[in-house]
Design a protein around this ligand. Sequence first.
Ligand code: NOJ
Ligand code: CA
Length: 685
Amino acid sequence: MKPTRILAAAGLCLAALCANPGWAQDVRPSVTAASPDGSLVLSVTTDNDARPTWSLSRKGKLLIAPSKLGFLLTDGLNMVRGFSIAGSEKAAADDTWEQPWGERRFVSDHYNEVVVRFQQSQVQGARRMNVRFRLFDNGIGFRYELPEQPALKTMRIAEETTEFDIVPEGKAWWIPGGEWNRYEQVYRETPIDAVSTAHTPITMRLEDGTHLSFHEAALVDYAGYWFKRASGQLFRTELAPGSDSAKVVRDLPFATPWRTVRIANDAAGLVENDLELNLNEPNKLGDVSWFKPARYIGIWWGMIRGDWTWAEGPRHGATTKRAKQYIDYAAQHGFRGVLVEGWNMGWNGDWFGHGDAFSFTQPTPDFDLKGLTAYAAKKGVHLIGHHETGGNIANYEPQLDDAMALYGKLGVDVVKTGYVADAGGIIAPGDKPGETKMVWHDGQRMVNHYLDVVKDAARHHIAVNTHEPVKDTGLRRTYPNWVSREGARGMEYNAWNAFANGPDHEPTLVYTRMLSGPMDYTPGVLSLEGAQHTPLASTLAKQLGLYLALYSPIQMAADFVENLKAHPREMEFIEHVPTDWAESHLIAGEVGDYAIFARKDRNGPEWFVGGVNDATARTVTLNFDFLDEGKTYEAKIWKDGEGATYLTEARHRIAYDTRMVRKGDKIDIWLAPGGGAAMRLIPQD
Ligand code: NOJ
Ligand code: CA
């Protein structure tokens, strides 16, 4: 279907006159627009101090009260006051586009759009600023567009002052922005008016059941924003810092990232929502069939637990011998990838937040990179590369292209990158040769760095899995080789402390972090043990359910191969679960409590169902409405065994079942405390 664009002059309405016909003295013009089904209605105007504002109602009720728009600059009058509406244009589109890989093959992109043109008075600086709003039935996005203009050549942004004044009360699920551990924090559940400064996406459930998620789309050459509460339920953008007082520096013309709000009736509407993807530009890389969604294993969990080391020495993890063992296992069990960390020079000594010794091209003497890639290739396996920078991009950037070229030549077509450093602790090249400066993982400099790495990798047909990333804002649509990232507490935390992530973590991630995009969570620790036997807050069935709950086109089975081998029945599920889907539906779930998905294989007729639970045992009725009419499926089921609980050794109790299901059938499934479930549905005819 081709997009249909209807251009029309937006009708200007006198703001207060429309709402209150009695107030004839108030002549501020406003612009209104509605989503395609009319449920969301936007109003854009200026307030008594000539400050641009936007507001939004849903189904006739005010959702976002008038909220200001604008910028503070480091070198000029602010762009907050003295604005009037100079005009507006409307457009609409109803399109469907295809993803090269993803949670669903086809994405519907249906919206009404309005661009509102603001002009500032002479005395306030005479700047022009346009705001483009797109209204979908399940959300809204808007961004600032700064056109070329005589009064402003370069914008040095001290702060963006976009506001979101949420009207109904409710609860929020969030992690703090600006904290030392970046996005790697346990989620909090608080009233909306108890949020401080949050990372996005931040999720809310309002008293009337409406679900919201505030985030951004197409974060390019700009700083990421934190969602900062100003008072009550009024929030404001706070940009991640730069290395001086300007958080963003851009030459005009340019557009900011989109500020987005997903708006849904229920949890499923929040999750099955492609707002940010739709607001990103289409694929710029062309044919990306060289990226193959796939499962992988790795020489990794041993280092994370401390049994092996990244550094050279007697416990070095990345040895030729061990890599061969992992390649052999991968070949036998259908894993395309084997991640090897610590294969390169520079890990000896203190690399955290430092990383100046890393070489990205020189293997350690006990690791035969060339021989191993050839050995793997013969078996249809690919090594997954690793670039840990220690947060030192001044050391990494000059080596980047050589490093990618080396991997490209050797058939290493996925690379995991890493930026282990505290927030604000990235070492970037300075303004003069030999100098460095400190920047933030989510500041403008790093936003540009991450994308430069992705673009360079694409030139060598390599996909990127970023750890310690900036948050995902849907850029996989434009650069489909940016396939996964961390950006939350992953499995690794379970190696370090008992119940480190807690049973609520994954059923919260589904509705928060996962709304931004794929996560390299690294499930599949079938031993349910971290270092020194520290237990995971998980039953065995939950380890399988994670493959359906937390989407990524590259999915690890993280445990040692010895532990995978010890669980042949669980491996039967892992060896079959796809990493690329034609469709994905949340068929049961509530934010922070539980999440069960039904997903259809993109390359075959099978469906997979499963997910994760929090600490509260529950029986969930699954409705098989999503199946094809008239077909019978054999459902192979992995579920929590009787009495299973994450709290005791009973976490290992798993039960297996097989039954026939057809469209419309219902199955009750019991989820243990910290439990989960997984099913494989095989059509019978
Ligand atoms: C932190 C990453 O999340 C982890 O996966 C990796 O192994 C270490 N950094 C070392 O790079
Ligand atoms: Ca990490």
